[in-house]
Design a protein around this ligand. Structure first.
Ligand code: EPU
Length: 417
């Protein structure tokens, strides 16, 4: 298994290009199931989660082709096998995103229940409830969700809680339903807007994406389209945090600053200078880090996917930072690893109380999930001496070429086997 070895203490300086967003790419790949004509996506990040989703789709009969790097065409002219098997779903929960498009297009689908995952229980009851409200007959048996519907029917559905993939799943299904669907208490994440833009380019009629009320007028069929995937706001935030944590000065290219206002605000509070110009963001820090608290909330609040990276930075800030996780019940597993590096953190329920220390010291640590891995990379970059991070396969699910990108910024980082 690969490990990352980091010799910390080097400020990150230079330029880095931001990749297409993982959490936009995954639903967009599934959107190809909605049309018999090809969907071409550009700016597709080379990530293990993307490869898993492509494998899932090709197993169903979707034809994948790729021209220039980052461009992928998916042709779902025929779907032979509307099935998402346990073997793939257990490695990537986002496979549930195939459910809505498959029922809408094929009239049936069988998708494995994802089960729990490291960061929490993560049920999919809202996805199922929403499809049932649209007229799908749902059976839960042998660990699978089986859904059947000759035609889905537009409906008014109020989510019990804000769910990103739940909103995406129902939005995709509703594009081919008879009549109008209104989704209330919908998630407002930028990835949902990106998906709606692509669906509309395919001939769908989706309005209100980005607000908590999305209205989808069903159409008889969708056609092919070409869509450029939005920049990854979490990768952007991770690089901003890494540069700020190391006291460096770097230019991030190909970003969309408006998708991460809450993160920028918190990093500024912590002492970073961030200047946005078009699609670039320049981040630097010359003054000491200062403590600042946060609570994760759905967009436009501070994203749960940046909580761990921000905590890495808070370990060396002057004062005490109080960080509360409200989205997932078990997303503090990086705390014990940060403590191994010398951080002073106490956890009470879902709140971490981080008392800034003067420095971290390198040690062997283990990644437990994707964003926890990114947190440990940042901690390794600021720690004195050598940090070795195990189980970095988590990192490869969501960060494209991370060690090359950090290496180009001056980090002393190597992958070992
Ligand atoms: N929830 C339910 N029932 C449902 C759906 C969700 O109880 O039917 C709960 C979850 O258990 C959780 C909360 O609602 O406590 C929010 O979960 P959500 O459904 O929004 O999460 P998700 O759609 O499964 C996406 C991202 C995650 C990100 C969350 C929150 C994708 C592919 N994944 O997950 O990304 O953390 O939204 O913003 O878009 C990551 O990239 O590292 C990652 C975990």
């Amino acid at each position: 298994m690969d490990k990352l070895v980091i010799e910390g203490g080097v400020p990150l300086n230079g330029e880095v290009a931001i990749s297409g967003a993982k959490n936009a790419a995954l639903p967009l790949l599934c959107a190809s199931l909605l049309s018999a004509e090809p969907l071409t996506l550009t700016q597709v990040p080379q990530l293990n989660d993307v490869r898993t989703m492509e494998k899932l789709l090709t197993q169903m009969g979707v034809k994948r082709s790729s021209g220039v790097p980052g461009e992928v065409t998916l042709d779902a002219a025929s779907i032979d096998w509307p099935l998402a098997p346990y073997e793939l779903v257990k490695t990537m929960r986002a496979s549930i995103l195939a459910l809505g498009p498959l029922v809408a297009r094929c009239g049936e689908a069988r998708v494995s229940l994802p089960g729990g995952c490291a960061i929490g229980l993560r049920p999919v009851d809202q996805h199922v409830k929403g499809l049932a409200a649209m007229g799908a007959e749902i059976d839960l048996e042998n660990g699978y969700i089986s859904a059947r519907a000759k035609h889905l029917t537009g409906t008014q559905f109020v989510f019990d809680l804000v769910t990103v993939t739940g909103t995406e799943n129902l939005m995709m299904a509703a594009t081919l339903a008879d009549g109008t669907t209104v989704l209330e208490n919908a998630a407002r994440e930028p990835e949902i807007v990106d998906l709606a833009d692509c669906l509309n380019a395919m001939g769908a009629r989706v309005a209100g994406a980005g607000s908590d009320r999305i209205v989808i007028e069903g159409v008889a069929r969708l056609h092919g389209a070409t869509h450029r995937i939005m920049p990854d706001r979490i990768e952007t935030g991770t690089f901003l945090a890494a540069v700020a944590a190391t006291g460096g000065d770097a230019l991030l290219r190909g970003t969309r600053a408006g998708t991460l206002d809450a993160v920028v605000e918190k990093l500024r509070e912590a002492g970073a200078t961030i200047v946005t110009d078009g699609d670039t963001m320049r981040v630097s820090r010359t003054t000491p880090l200062t403590a600042s608290g946060l609570r994760t909330t759905p967009f436009p609040g501070f994203p749960t996917d940046m909580q761990a990276q921000f905590m890495a930075l808070a370990t060396c800030a002057q004062g005490t930072s109080v960080i509360t996780e409200t989205i997932f019940e078990n997303r503090m597993m990086h705390v014990q690893e940060l403590v191994r590096l010398g951080a002073s953190i106490e956890v009470e329920g879902n709140t971490a109380i981080v008392k800034g220390v003067t420095h971290l010291a390198g040690a062997d640590v283990m990644a437990t999930d994707l964003r926890a891995s990114a947190c440990l990379v940042i901690a390794g970059l600021i720690a004195q001496g050598k940090t070795t991070i195990g189980r970095i396969y988590h990192l490869d699910r969501g960060y494209e070429h991370i060690e090359q990108k950090l290496g180009a910024l001056g980090a002393r980082i190597t992958r070992i086997n």
